[in-house]
Design a binder for this molecule. Structure first.
Ligand SMILES: *Cc1c(COP(=O)(O)O)cnc(C)c1O
Length: 225
């Protein structure tokens, strides 16, 4: 895709997004040049799901795109926690307690304080990870004691094949769950727990209608991978 097209896609998306919703441009599968074009058009938040691919882009763009913020959105393996904590200011895909505890410890060692989302799975979806609402409730005492992570909210992905009204219900359920959790967090943490990472190219309108504040969009910005 050429420069104008990426800028044009971003502009069209921004016209559809209400204030307070951040567009996260998912650049996985696209070269650093595509990221740079989006950056030149004013885009600042970028999402990547594979550490190795992201690392090369982050190094390539560090000088030219100084205030770019990288978000990790992919499945995070325990042995990749340290490099991810070093390279990413945001992590959207914390899907198990052992991973959260490990990240908290390593972030402390690395003197980082990543902004993180808890990934939830509210509908059956084989092969996808995520906490159930019961698990999150059970883990709350542990979450209350995290010291090097800034918990920003919940992230979810919709299974394929849902109708628009089912998507809206799913995203609304996620918002309600976030609301319930927030009410049970200590007030200093509750203040930051005010974001929802929901919606991709195919379902962002339903996610935004249900209260999303971060839409993670790849294809609709950069073209299909
Ligand atoms: C790839 C990916 C996206 C973006 O998907 P598109 O269909 O390209 O918009 C969003 N979230 C996650 C977790 C992804 O892996």
């Amino acid at each position: 895709m050429d420069n104008l097209t990426i800028a044009g896609c971003l502009e069209a998306l921004h016209r559809g997004l209400p204030p307070g919703v951040t567009l996260l441009a998912v650049s996985k599968g696209h070269p650093p040049e595509a990221v740079e074009q989006a950056y030149a058009a004013g885009q600042r938040h970028f999402g990547e799901s594979r550490l190795q691919e992201a690392g090369a882009k982050i190094r390539a763009l560090r000088q030219r795109c100084p205030d770019l913020e990288w978000h990790f959105i992919g499945h995070l393996q325990a042995n990749k926690v340290r490099p991810v904590a070093r390279a990413f200011a945001w992590i959207h895909s914390l899907d198990r307690l052992s991973l959260i505890q490990r990240l908290d410890r390593i972030a402390g060692e690395e003197e980082r304080c990543p902004q993180v989302f808890l990934q939830v799975k509210l509908r059956p979806d084989p092969g996808k990870a995520g906490f159930s609402s019961e698990q999150l409730t059970r883990h709350l005492p542990t979450l209350n004691h995290l010291s090097h992570l800034k918990l920003r909210g919940l992230m979810t992905m919709a299974p394929l094949g849902l109708e628009p009204d089912q998507l809206h219900r799913l995203f609304s359920d996620c918002r309600q769950l976030a609301h319930q959790l927030r009410a049970r967090l200590p007030s200093a943490m509750a203040r930051d727990f005010n974001q929802l990472s929901m919606g991709m190219s195919r379902d962002w309108p339903q996610a935004v209608a249900a209260g999303s504040t971060f839409v993670r969009i790849g294809n609709a910005v950069f073209g299909s991978r």
